[in-house]
Every structure is written in structure tokens, then in C-alpha cells.
Write a protein of this length. Structure first.
Lengths: 220, 337
């Protein structure tokens, strides 16, 4: 097991924490923004609660544009914005704005799909009971689509983890950065494979958690 | 009282205009069970949704207890909808909530206090006969049980009106009967007005007091269920009634005509429950030879309805007239075929 000596475990642990930090903080904001945009897309569409063609088209366009821009390019475009917001363009925190910008439209789209799956009849029934739009969103739309929202969040989280590895290219830190800078560039296979294995384990764990939660909360 | 005045509803699609409702006038009295029957596409679903304004009419007025509800602002409309319950063909329960939570839902919407809500839910569960299933999820229930939850939910805010949108169409005949009995019980105990749309004549026959037949966006016939069953006028109505007694009036007529080419064929329907031997007495009066060639009974909510086909021969017109008059005097409806 001599190859284990090639690894600086403190460094590996720091990178692991950075990855977890970047993914979880960006996931948190992605869920908030994604839900807001997703609800906006859903309620303003032609069969929605508050039909607004103009707002719907604009939101739709922004979501599509943000999803079309490759993540690596998005990061570069956002450098001035990041510097203004975080004060630096290096380190884990500096990666957050671009991660959130990239993942929110993706999650918004998944939310919208989840809302479309909600039985129209239940929404009609709530209207017939005299529910306000806000009550329909909070008491029908969100709870009824909850399993899909959770598995969507998991898919987004996994994407975010791979984005953090790419964010390593502009010096964000994390396991991906470690695997690239120390494992690949400096030809340290032990670091390359260990970092990759840890990322894989995180992803597998997330997927397992997602499946478990979905089965637990889905009462259909 | 629900009054629909000159209701017109037109849907605009990209290609064309669809006239779903074309000038409907109806008034539904407090405490009655009113049936609206029609084939799919007749506009009945749209019409029932206009009553609680889930669909806004293109023109016309909806007046409930003297108030024009199409003139209410949004907030007032939401409030008034709490007093109009609605149940659906596919139940439309929230699968993420238990039976008790589903029934509690309209009470949450109406901002009722929690302890009052729970009290009310208990009461409703008992009323619809779902004791012991409070914590089950809709996916664990049968169709009939789901509709019971739907009914309990619709009654949570003590509505004055209950709208039923094909409420039994997805249920088997036995369950349909049980649900209809429940609705009849609710109607009696709570004195709630029930408006039901359906394409099943047996549903109307079993519990409705009055009936409107809808075809192509218009009401083509309306009246007491027993009267309409006794002598349907419109061809759509006749088709619906045939589905019940399995006999086609026109076909029966032709067959009987073939069998009895001579003499008179008469269709007599009785709606009143009389013990009098009406036919026998009429025969005595006119001194004709009369034979019963076909007969059946329909059971409606307002009592049984008998239909008898009689064949009369070897008489003159004066005798026929006496015979028919004698029958009509006793409240029978007579139709010469």
C-alpha cells in the first residue's frame, strides 16, 4: 500500500470539504431560485393560474439562454460579477455565483416539469373550494410534486458536483481541482484516482439518498 | 335557488369557435336534486362549471340566492365558492394527504381554527362512513371510498349547494348505488341542493326530482323526472329513456303494428300510485275488447312508473274516444300509436 504515501491526506480532506461546501451552498440557492423561476414559468403559462404570455416568454428565454451557455464560458463571463460580489475570483466562494447561475435554470426546468405532472383535476378541485392562487401553490402544487422536486434536486446536486470539478479550472479548489492540478498535471495517479473515487462515492450516496427519500414520501 | 339566465359560453380556439352552451335558462329550487343529462359534448360539464364560475360565461347571468355571482370581485367569489361544494368523476383528491387531511383541506382554505377543523373532520368521516380509514392515503382506497372522501371534502364548509360532475361515472353499479344513497341521505339530512350532471339515465331515475336534458349546448326538455319518463318529447330524451327500459318506443310500435295490423294500439303510462283498476273500469265504460300486449315498470325517485301497451279491436271511433277519456280522467297518459 505504498501508493497511499503519495497522498497528502490533509490536502485531500480540505479539497473534500471545499467540494461539499461549494455543492451544498450552491444547491441551497439553486433550489430557492429554481423553485421561484419554475413556479413563475408554470403559473404564467397558457393554462396556468395567472396567465401572462409576456412574462412567460421572457422567463423562458432567459432560462434557455443560461442553459445554452457552456458552464466554463459562463464562469469566465461572470468573473466581473463574481469579483464585485465576493471580492475575489479565486477560492471556493468565488465559484458559487457561476454554479448558482448555471444550475438554477436547470432546476427551474425540472420544477416546471414536476408541476406539469400534478393532476389538473386537483387544482380545479382546489379552485372550486375557493382556494387563492397562493394557497394552490403552497398547499397543492408544492406538496403534490414534492417527490419529483426532491429527485430533481438530487439530479441537480450531481450536476453541481461535476460543475465544481470544472470550476477547478479557474482555481476554485475542491476535489476536481485536486485531481486535475495534482493528479493529472503532476502525474500523481494516487491522488487522481482517490479524488475521483471520493467524488464517485458522494454521487452514489446522493443517488441512494434520493431514491430512498422518493420512495418514502411518494404516497401515490 | 340557482337561476341561470341566457347562459352562453363560447370557447375560442386558434382555428374555430366552439359554442359549448347556447342560451340556457334554468332555475333550480332549494333542497331539490336536479339532474342534467346529456351525451358527452352536450355542454353539461361547462354548464355546471359556470355555476361556480370555474368557467366564466360569455354572456348571461348566474344568480344564486338573489346574488349575481358573475358580478362578484375575485375575493368575494372565492368566499362564495366555499359555500358551493363540488365532487368529480375522478375524485381529484390530493394523494399527498391522508383521508382526514384531504377533508381538512377546504377548512384550511377557509382559515378555520385547527381544533374546530379536527372536530368537523371527525363528524364528516362518520357521516360518509369512513371510520377507521382516517389515516389511509387515497392510493389505498377503492373508488367508492375515494368518492366518499370527495363528498366529505365537498361538505366541509357547510355548503348550500353540491355540484356533482359525473360523480358516479367511474364507479361500478353497486358502488354507484351506494354513493347515490349517500347523496340522497345528505340531501335529506342537510337540505342541501344537489345539481348533478351525468350521462347515466339510471342515476337520474334513482335520485333526481327534476331533470333537464341537454343536447348541443341547449336544454331540449325539462321537468319532473316522472313526467319525462312517462312521456318523453324530445328524441334525445327518448334515446336516454330507452337505455333504461331497454325498449325502443319506436321499435316496439313497429313490432306491435306488424303483429296487430287491425284495430288500435294505445300506449298508456301511469305515474300515480293508485290502487284503482283503471284499465278494467275504462273497458267497462266503452264495452270494447282490450288486450295487454306489452308492459313494464320503471322505478323513479318519485315512485314507480308503469307503461302498458294495449290493443283494442272491433270498435268504432266513438267507443275509442270513451275509452281514452276514461283512462285520462284517472291521470293516465294515453298515446295512440
Amino acid at each position: 500500500m505504498s501508493w497511499l504515501n503519495d497522498i497528502n491526506w490533509d490536502q485531500m480532506f480540505t479539497a473534500f470539504i471545499e467540494t461539499i461546501y461549494m455543492s451544498s451552498v450552491s444547491l441551497f440557492f439553486t433550489i430557492i431560485f429554481g423553485l421561484i423561476i419554475g413556479i413563475l414559468l408554470f403559473v404564467t403559462n397558457s393554462q396556468g393560474l395567472i396567465v401572462n404570455k409576456f412574462l412567460n416568454k421572457i422567463t423562458d428565454l432567459i432560462v434557455n439562454i443560461l442553459r445554452a451557455v457552456p458552464f466554463i464560458i459562463l464562469m469566465i463571463i461572470l468573473i466581473p460579477f463574481t469579483q464585485a460580489l465576493v471580492g475575489s475570483m479565486l477560492g471556493a466562494s468565488a465559484a458559487l455565483p457561476s454554479l448558482i447561475f448555471a444550475a438554477s435554470p436547470f432546476y427551474a426546468r425540472l420544477c416546471c416539469i414536476a408541476f406539469m405532472e400534478v393532476d389538473k383535476g386537483t387544482i380545479e378541485a382546489s379552485k372550486a373550494m375557493g382556494a387563492s392562487n397562493w394557497q394552490i401553490i403552497t398547499k397543492v402544487l408544492l406538496p403534490e410534486s414534492f417527490p419529483a422536486l426532491v429527485s430533481g434536486a438530487c439530479v441537480t446536486a450531481i450536476s453541481l458536483i461535476s460543475y465544481t470539478a470544472m470550476a477547478g479550472a479557474i482555481g476554485s479548489g475542491g476535489l476536481g481541482n485536486l485531481a486535475y492540478q495534482y493528479g493529472f498535471v503532476r502525474r500523481n495517479d494516487a491522488i487522481l484516482y482517490t479524488a475521483t473515487a471520493i467524488i464517485t462515492l458522494i454521487v452514489l450516496g446522493l443517488q441512494w439518498l434520493s431514491d430512498y427519500l422518493a420512495a418514502k414520501i411518494d404516497k401515490r | 335557488m340557482i337561476e341561470l339566465i341566457d347562459i352562453v359560453k363560447t370557447f375560442n380556439t386558434k382555428k374555430s369557435q366552439i359554442k359549448a352552451v347556447r342560451g340556457v335558462n334554468l332555475s333550480i329550487n332549494d333542497g331539490e336534486i336536479f339532474g342534467i343529462i346529456g351525451y358527452s359534448g352536450a355542454g353539461k360539464s361547462t354548464l355546471i362549471r359556470i355555476i361556480n364560475q370555474l368557467e366564466k360565461q360569455t354572456s348571461g347571468q348566474v344568480i344564486i340566492d338573489g346574488q349575481d355571482i358573475s358580478k362578484l370581485d375575485h375575493k368575494e367569489l372565492l368566499k362564495s365558492r366555499q359555500k358551493i361544494g363540488m365532487i368529480f368523476q375522478h375524485f381529484n383528491l390530493l394523494w399527498s394527504r391522508t383521508v382526514a387531511q384531504n377533508i381538512e383541506f377546504p377548512l384550511e382554505i377557509a382559515h378555520v381554527e385547527k381544533n374546530i377543523r379536527q372536530e368537523k373532520v371527525k363528524e364528516l368521516i362518520k357521516m360518509v362512513g369512513l371510520e377507521g380509514r382516517e389515516n389511509a392515503y387515497p392510493s389505498e382506497l377503492s373508488g367508492g371510498q375515494k368518492q366518499r372522501v370527495g363528498i366529505a371534502r365537498a361538505l366541509a364548509n357547510d355548503p348550500k349547494i353540491l355540484l356533482c360532475d359525473e360523480a358516479t361515472s367511474a364507479l361500478d353499479p353497486e358502488t354507484t348505488d351506494a354513493i347515490l344513497q349517500l347523496l340522497a341521505k345528505i340531501n335529506k339530512e342537510l337540505n342541501i341542493t344537489i345539481v348533478m350532471i351525468t350521462h347515466q339515465m339510471e342515476v337520474v331515475q334513482k335520485i333526481c326530482n327534476r331533470l333537464a336534458v341537454m343536447d348541443d349546448g341547449k336544454i331540449v326538455e325539462q321537468g319532473l323526472v316522472k313526467d319525462i319518463f312517462a312521456s318523453p318529447q324530445n328524441s334525445t330524451t327518448k334515446r336516454f329513456i330507452q337505455t333504461i327500459n331497454g325498449t325502443d318506443v319506436e321499435k316496439t310500435r313497429q313490432e306491435l303494428k306488424k303483429l296487430y295490423p287491425y284495430g288500435q294500439l294505445v300506449r298508456v303510462s301511469f305515474t300515480n300510485n293508485s290502487d284503482e283498476p283503471i284499465i278494467a273500469r275504462a273497458i267497462k265504460k266503452c264495452n270494447l275488447e282490450v288486450s295487454i300486449v306489452n308492459a313494464h315498470i320503471n322505478h323513479t325517485s318519485s315512485g314507480p312508473l308503469g307503461v302498458t301497451y294495449l290493443h283494442v279491436s272491433d270498435g268504432d271511433d266513438a267507443q275509442y274516444e270513451i275509452f281514452i277519456k276514461a283512462l285520462e280522467e284517472k291521470g293516465a297518459k294515453v298515446e295512440i300509436l
